[in-house]
Design a protein around this ligand. Structure first.
Ligand code: F0G
Length: 356
């Protein structure tokens, strides 16, 4: 068996690459599609989780970043830049360092999950903390990459979306057809746009017979597409999708309308509840933004939507280790301190678990 390289090698003929494009790969893609054991059966559907947190930097961003970096190298660029709520910056920094480029990342000051900050630092990125939100940072990056010789690697770069659509290909390859529904968190709206491109393209090439309904979920405090207006001060516990003016807004609307889907809102309470259920009932530790997809599906089930025998895929966009502080504050598990001897441990185990 040949060694798995990455999405460019696997889906070359669907991507904007040629023999001149440098090879860029770090094993991204090929992520597990894991069957739900509790949430799916409870809702009456055949539910799968696409574990995108298994990518090299722990989020789906690597699928598109490898293509964006390959094309930047091909064009002779030496510097890349992005605005980010954390995952794009981690991914850009990793691929830039691996291929000898400089990464410049703009993040909203004080709003990035600890693990993502640590990643970009470790990869050696130049980090600029903007005293504002993601939308402010993106405006600055759009102008900087226009006026200076720096390649933009946010998802307005079409190569990012081209790479990200490979996740839809993988789902179809594995299930044998598209699912009935795809549930996905929506922030800057690049991913939902890319999945829809992937599903439609794969059907045009007759790899799939059907198309899924695209079910996108924003956080209630950061739901511009749901309300059809810019949110000036987006707020949510899910920092990855704390975005008030998504760059790919129209792509998300098109995916929703063409697929007969929806873009809905889920509250922070619903997100945290889904986040903990995923960890405690499915063994899947994701970041809060990722749980928005599952929160949305649960909400859909509660609203009376007929999910019976439907095949549903929830995209789990990022690894839970990215955001340890949210795990600590929401899980509310107290450490039980003991003296270092067997008697102390056996005594507390006989007493049962504190608080329950
Ligand atoms: N889930 C996670 C874990 C994310 O990091 C993001 C976006 C999304 C979902 C939403 O995807 O933006 O394509 O709609 N993160 C970007 C970043 C904004 O900067 O890392 P989207």
């Amino acid at each position: 068996m040949p060694i798995y390289e990455g999405v460019i090698d696997r889906y070359r003929k669907f991507l904007p690459v040629s023999d001149e494009t440098p090879d860029v790969a770090m094993g991204e893609g090929n992520t597990p599609l894991v069957r739900s054991r509790r949430i799916g059966p409870e809702l009456g559907c055949e539910l799968y989780f696409k574990l995108e947190g298994m990518n090299p930097t722990g989020s789906f961003k690597d699928r598109g970043m490898c293509v964006a970096i390959a094309k930047a190298l091909e064009a002779g660029s030496t510097r890349v830049m992005c605005a980010s709520t954390g995952n794009t910056s981690a991914s850009a920094s990793a691929y830039a360092s691996r291929y000898g480029m400089e990464a410049i990342v703009l993040v909203p000051a004080g709003e990035i999950a600890l693990g993502k900050l640590a990643q970009a630092m470790a990869y050696g990125a130049r980090m600029i903390a903007v005293r504002g939100n993601f939308d402010d940072a993106l405006q600055i990056v759009l102008r900087a990459t226009e006026e200076m010789e720096i390649t933009l690697v946010n998802s307005v770069n079409p190569h990012r979306l081209a790479g990200q659509k490979t996740a839809a290909f993988e789902i179809v390859d594995e299930l044998g057809d598209a699912p009935d529904m795809l549930c996905i968190p929506v922030g800057n709206a690049g991913n939902i746009t890319a999945y829809w491109m992937g599903f439609t393209e794969y059907r045009e090439h007759e790899h799939a017979r059907s198309l899924p309904r695209m079910m996108g979920y924003q956080a209630a405090g950061a739901a511009p597409i749901v309300h059809d207006r810019v949110v000036e001060e987006p707020k949510t516990i899910a920092s990855a999708i704390r975005i008030g003016n998504p760059a790919n807004w129209q792509g998300a609307v098109k995916a929703r309308d063409d697929s007969g889907g929806t873009i809905g809102a889920v509250t922070d309470d619903q997100i945290v509840s889904a986040y903990l259920r995923l960890a405690r009932e499915e063994g899947i530790f994701c970041e809060p933004a990722s749980a928005a997809s599952v929160a949305g599906l649960i909400q859909l089930g509660e609203s009376g939507e007929d999910l019976e025998d439907k095949t549903v895929v929830c995209v789990i966009t990022g690894n839970g280790l990215k955001d340890p502080s949210t795990a600590e504050t929401t899980a509310k598990v107290e450490l039980e301190y003991v003296e270092p001897d067997y008697a102390a441990v056996s005594k507390i185990l006989k007493n049962g678990r504190a608080g329950g």
